[in-house]
Design a protein around this ligand. Structure first.
Ligand code: FAD
Length: 307
């Protein structure tokens, strides 16, 4: 793929989109890590997002969707092909008891919008730093709530570039999983079915959850949140803590001293540093407790070239 040619072609198909080539992705991720995207596209309309998917499909170029980058580790060799980022598509609106949010909006903003509209059901999401699209993809959840509890439907684009409306049931949502990727979908918009509530009650729940988060999580550093899924009947953080791994550091990545389930980027960590810490934690926990820790965070892109 010739990056400059692709840029020129995309410029004629998507005149209003922001386009970049060889763009470092550490500037576009919550983790502050990741190599360069060959071509990075920021569509300004839903139609441009659809057309970008269609173009990638017809041209046979690999396509990667990047949300806020709060649950992915982009490897240091970067991402080949086209990377689509929907962060300009962030409108949120209310329709009766529903909140309809474009996929690039922060799920935190959707949660606050629902509170301000006196609608209850998205309180759990008030501290999750991802996008609406990423939250649907991951079936994100916290403190007893998850996207599956309140998602009614999504507007999405198939890998061929066709618009489809899907119900939440059709997304097969389960613990930190949906079928968005296996079905090659780009989520464009999500409709949340909520319940009328009192502003003060909704706010009180959100304030309480925010305080819990701020006390327990190392929010002062970039990270991708809880790195590992909960093993059945156990807590990943507890196993890591009991393995005396807190404070273990490789390069700029460290097992958080505040929350053992987090690995924080304390000093310009590379993705390689981060992955090395993950590997070390998995090995140590396996040796000590015979438990396999499964990554929740996704790893995408190419490893760095060998010198
Ligand atoms: P990204 O990390 O950018 O991408 C994740 C996956 O979603 C990728 O495979 C990407 O291709 C796909 N994707 C993104 N957008 C779309 C789209 N529009 N269409 C199709 N696919 C898409 N998670 C929780 O569940 N609960 C928590 O309490 C929580 N707390 C966190 C706290 C911190 C401090 C951090 C850093 C992370 C936390 N997370 C939590 C993890 C993360 O925020 C969520 O998983 C979030 O939903 C990821 O959204 P994102 O936009 O950052 O997705």
């Amino acid at each position: 793929m010739n990056n400059q040619n692709v840029l020129n072609e995309l410029r004629s198909i998507l005149p209003s989109a922001e386009l970049k080539i060889n763009e470092p992705l550490n500037a576009h991720t919550y983790t502050r890590m990741g190599g360069c995207a060959d071509v990075l596209v920021f569509p300004n309309t839903l139609e441009d997002a659809r057309a970008a998917v269609e173009y990638a499909y017809q041209s046979n170029y690999p396509l990667t969707i990047l949300g806020k980058g709060s649950n992915v580790i982009i490897q240091d060799g970067g991402i080949r092909g086209i990377v689509l980022n929907l962060s300009s598509l962030k409108a949120i609106q209310k329709e009766e008891e529903k909140v309809i949010a474009q996929a690039g909006a922060r799920i935190i903003d959707a949660s606050e919008f629902a509170r301000d509209s006196k609608l209850s059901g998205l309180e759990f999401a008030c501290g999750i730093p991802g996008s609406v699209g990423g939250a649907v993809y991951m079936n994100a959840g916290a403190y007893g709530g998850e996207i599956a509890d309140c998602l009614e439907s999504v507007l999405a684009v198939t890998k061929e570039g066709k618009l489809v409306k899907l119900t939440a049931d059709e997304l097969d949502l389960s613990y930190r999983h949906s079928n968005v990727e296996e079905n090659g979908l780009l989520v464009l918009e999500a409709t949340f079915k909520l319940k009328v509530g009192e502003y003060e009650d909704i706010k009180a729940i959100m304030d309480d959850l925010t305080e819990k988060r701020e006390t327990k999580q190392p929010l002062e550093y970039p990270s991708c949140g809880s790195v590992f899924k909960r093993p059945p009947g156990l807590f990943a953080g507890k196993l890591i803590q009991d393995s005396q791994l807190q404070g273990t550091r490789i390069g700029g990545a460290e097992v958080s001293k505040k929350h053992a389930g987090f690995i924080v980027n304390i000093d310009n960590a590379t993705a390689t540093d981060y992955l090395d810490v993950i590997h070390h934690v998995q090995q140590t926990v396996k040796e000590k407790f015979d438990v396999d820790l499964e990554r929740e965070v996704r790893v995408i892109g190419e490893p760095p070239e060998k010198p």
